[in-house]
Design a protein around this ligand. Sequence first.
Ligand code: APR
Ligand code: PHB
Length: 390
Amino acid sequence: MRTQVAIIGAGPSGLLLGALLHKAGIDAVILEAKTPDYVLGRIRAGVLEQVCVDLLDEVGVGARMHREGLAHGGFDLAFGGQRHRIDMKTLTGGKQVMVYGQTEVTRDLMDDRAAKGLPTIYEAASVSLHDFDGAKPRVRWQKDGATHELECDFIAGCDGFHGVSRASVPESAIRHYERVYPFGWLGLLSDTPPVSHELIYTRHERGFALCSMRSMTRSRHYVQCSLDDKVENWSDERFWTELRRRLDPEAAERLVTGPSIEKSIAPLRSFVAEPMRFGRLFLAGDAAHIVPPTGAKGLNLAATDVGYLGRAIAEHYNEKSDAGIDSYSERCLRRIWRAERFSWWFTSLMHKFPETGEFGEKMQLAELDYLVNSVAASTAMAENYVGLPL
Ligand code: APR
Ligand code: PHB
């Protein structure tokens, strides 16, 4: 079997890259370890920057997002029992974000790929990458009791943080930067109306809380929890009680509770692997970097990586230029480090850090006070939240 680009992983990165390559007339095969239902069962953040919206429009899968997604021009920061609105739209000269779940983005891309009859091999076991340092890379996998092999020109490692692509690079060729935070987020999805029409990020002595949404009838809420906590320890009732205690009085009053549809704990991590290109292997999305979810940059970074990669590969075939391929890693990493900085800063500002003590708490409150009362500081935050220019 032969293709031009072998894509490892059918998450949002792999699927969007597949769509971009198809649009440029380039063949690709996607290999995915899990089933489509498993991929669609993962609940993740849902705030899209304009660059991400534009890429989905570019490949023609934006219709449902524009119909069902919610354009947000601001969000609230809550602390000391009070809420303060960050008016992103005014502060950035008209920019907004789109609230639309990552699961829905994945579903739209998956349906489009299936409708076009483009090849995706699900339940591909023991995927292995070969010879990407030479001119003829190959990918092997097991399925239905047989070993299969795909010859290609390029391999795109879109297989997430735990994937095989990054792990296939010799240790001496790659450098990792990492920060693991001493807490997690417990998330609950429910068919209840959101507390407010915009997101509320709350800093509280008991820990961070976030009121988010998927639609005006479906809410997504989070509370900071300890790393060794288990979902089984959190009945829905315990979750709602804890969330209500952390919210400002008005939000607590408006909170509508109901049975959970999904509940899960995610650890928080900042991680970057450098570089992102190794001969004919490219890493993209979570395979190369992780941000803590505060500010919802994960999917947006994944989308811009594959935006750059799709264009670079198209230039290689259609314009016989490798300029985009040669600058891929550097271009991505510049954007990634700026989003890493914002996500780390926003996380540090809003969470309870056991080790920083009362002095740390006073620093957070002083910074929040400055942030909501200074146009310069609010503008810096708004610019990062809507997404820095490419
Ligand atoms: N072989 C084939 N597929 C694999 C392998 C493997 N060895 N390992 C992992 N995969 C698949 C996973 O099953 C998953 O479907 O790769 C896919 C990677 O998808 P994601 O983890 O969603 O990563 P990515 O597409 O880069 O999306 C980034 O996800 O975590 C969020 O915040 C992040 O929103 C961002 C987005
Ligand atoms: C979400 O809706 O899941 C969400 C929104 C904003 C974030 C993180 C998660 O910063």
